[in-house]
Design a protein around this ligand. Structure first.
Ligand code: G6Q
Length: 545
């Protein structure tokens, strides 16, 4: 088992030490100076691949910073660890699993062997089965129990079995079959299910029960409520076969639920939940945009995989993004990263990234099990622009915290409407500029501001951001964008020497509530053995429910 990266703790790597010293020197420097000293900075500190352009010049970093960060990547063995992932080695050591979301988008011609078996043909077999099914639903050939066409698709899942599908559906709505309705039920709060079905006709509704384990409390509860709802309207057990399909790795539980395993779409234990939107978990996406669109998305993912695996580190988009995140997290005490898409269709992208990044890198021990002595995964958050500008940007501009931002924008809109798109994009550029350069007291005074008001109107600037630009939002582009962040997260995890692919914190939540549920539901007064706070909350709830 690997303990510390190449036998050394991160903080003992020569590049880490050099970065510490370098960060001290750079801390007092302003982006205004860095730009003034170097006229080519804005053009030079950029990278482009697969139609994604990254301007990282507005970061508090110099060529020296990048050089040291890239050295660090080499010293921690980023390349070797990347190869280990792509080759199917069991890099998720706490679960003894390979980490092969890259196999989900590998072309048929590739071969990736896990436990002596090439997984690529299996991947394509499932994709073909999904495609056949999606076509039948989209064309109306697949009929509900009473012979009506399926018009409504409801994905029932949570976490990785929900956030990816919702995000992708919203992102690619423009390409979706518009005479169908897609909804997503995740919360065990009955309101989520009740609202999702309240205006739907059960005869025209299909449920996709998406759960890798098929044991997740929330999903199973919602799935049973869906079954009860459908059967109460359709009145026949046989209806399940026409209105329910399962996406899971657990055929036994699927059959127990009453879904014919013919109507089950499988995946594998080497696909982590938060890395599964391009597996069968993406069935709702495929029904929405069609198999061709889905394959375009996979091709986009794959193009970014190849870029990540082969492009030189200094031109490698995920590597650059990942290393800059490490830079701020470790040396500038940044605690969060704001994801700011200026594209309405990406409205669920920040929520999706929250799981991808925080479930992956929210870890406090190294692969070897020792407590880290540095910070790991930052908090990711965000909202689409320009809405955020009228709410939390105030704190990013003038608050006391350093919040690196990723702006995401497109040259073309999918909905041209007067001047809207130019206005939207003007805001991207203006915000990034204002954050970097700010407004000095002299500038504020020159505007005729009274002295007492000047400090309030000063913008310090020197607040870092990346700007990510692409042509327009397509299925392929979405695949590239998601893979960009997946591999950025991987890069960060390799530097921090943590297992980015387990989630013991989530597992804990899965068992904790069960005991209390019994106590809330028991007819007799339960004997409670909690702390005094939990005990009194349970008593209060039992009294008032
Ligand atoms: C993701 C996590 C977690 C998982 C959900 C749903 O990486 O493991 O978010 O996706 O808990 O799990 P099931 O798909 O097994 O229902």
């Amino acid at each position: 088992m690997q303990t510390e990266t190449k036998g050394k703790s991160l903080v003992d790597q020569p590049a880490w030490k050099a970065l510490q010293t370098h960060a001290e020197q750079l801390r007092g420097r302003h982006l205004r100076e860095l730009f003034a000293e170097d006229a080519s900075r804005g053009e030079r500190m950029t990278a482009e691949a697969e139609g994604i352009f990254l301007d990282y010049s507005k970061n508090r970093a110099t060529d020296e910073t990048l050089k040291l960060l890239l050295e660090l990547a080499q010293q921690v063995g980023l390349r070797e660890r990347t190869e280990a992932m792509f080759k199917g080695e069991k890099i998720n050591i706490t679960e003894n699993r390979a980490v092969l979301h890259v196999a989900l988008r590998a072309p048929k011609s590739e071969s990736i062997v896990v436990d002596g078996e090439d997984v690529v043909p299996e991947v394509h077999k499932v994709l073909d089965k999904m495609a056949g099914f999606a076509e039948r639903v989209r064309s109306g050939e697949w009929k509900g129990h009473t012979g009506k066409r399926i018009k409504n698709v409801i994905n029932v899942g949570i976490g990785g079995s929900d956030l990816g599908p919702v995000m992708a559906y919203e992102a690619l709505k423009h390409y979706s079959q518009r005479d169908m309705t897609f909804r997503f039920v995740s919360n065990v709060d009955g309101t989520d299910f009740a609202e999702a079905v309240q205006d739907l006709d059960a005869e025209e509704t299909m449920f996709l029960i998406a759960s890798k384990t098929f044991t997740t409390l929330e999903t199973m509860t919602n799935a049973h409520s869906a079954r009860d709802w459908a059967l109460s309207k359709l009145g026949d057990e046989k209806a399940v076969a026409k209105h329910f399909v399962a996406i899971s790795t657990n055929a036994k539980e699927v059959a127990k639920f009453g879904i014919d395993t013919e109507n089950m779409f499988g995946f594998w234990d080497w696909v982590g939940g938060r890395y599964s939107m391009d597996s069968a978990i993406g069935l709702s996406t495929m029904i929405a945009i069609g198999p061709d669109g889905f394959r375009e998305m996979l091709a986009g993912f794959h193009a970014m995989d190849v870029h990540f695996r082969t492009a030189p580190l200094e031109k490698n988009l995920p590597v650059l993004l990942g290393l800059l995140t490490v830079w701020y997290t470790e040396f500038f005490d940044a605690q969060t990263v704001a994801i700011l898409p200026y594209e309405q269709y990406l409205k669920r992208f920040p929520a999706y990234l929250q799981q991808l990044t925080m479930e992956s890198n929210g870890k406090h021990v190294t692969l070897g099990g020792t407590k880290v002595i540095y910070q790991t995964g930052p908090i990711y958050w965000g909202e689409p622009g320009t809405n955020g500008q009228h709410s939390f940007y105030q704190l990013i501009h003038q608050g006391t915290r350093l919040i690196p931002c990723d702006f995401i924008g497109f040259a073309k809109t999918l909905n041209p409407l007067g001047r809207h798109h130019d206005m939207l994009m003007a805001n991207v550029f203006a915000q990034a500029e204002a954050l970097a350069f700010g407004k000095t007291a002299d500038q504020v005074k020159a505007e005729g501001t009274p002295d007492w008001l000047v400090p309030h109107r000063v913008f310090e600037g020197n607040r870092p951001s990346n700007t990510i630009l692409a042509d327009k939002l397509t299925p392929a582009l979405l695949g590239k964008l998601v893979a960009l962040y997946e591999h950025s997260v991987f890069t960060q995890g390799v530097v921090w020497n943590i297992d980015s692919f387990d989630q013991w914190g989530v597992e804990l939540g899965k068992v904790l509530a069960t005991r209390i549920l019994g106590e809330l539901e028991s007819k007799e007064e339960p004997k409670l053995e909690h702390d005094s706070s939990t005990t009194s909350l349970i008593h209060r709830y039992r009294k008032n429910k």
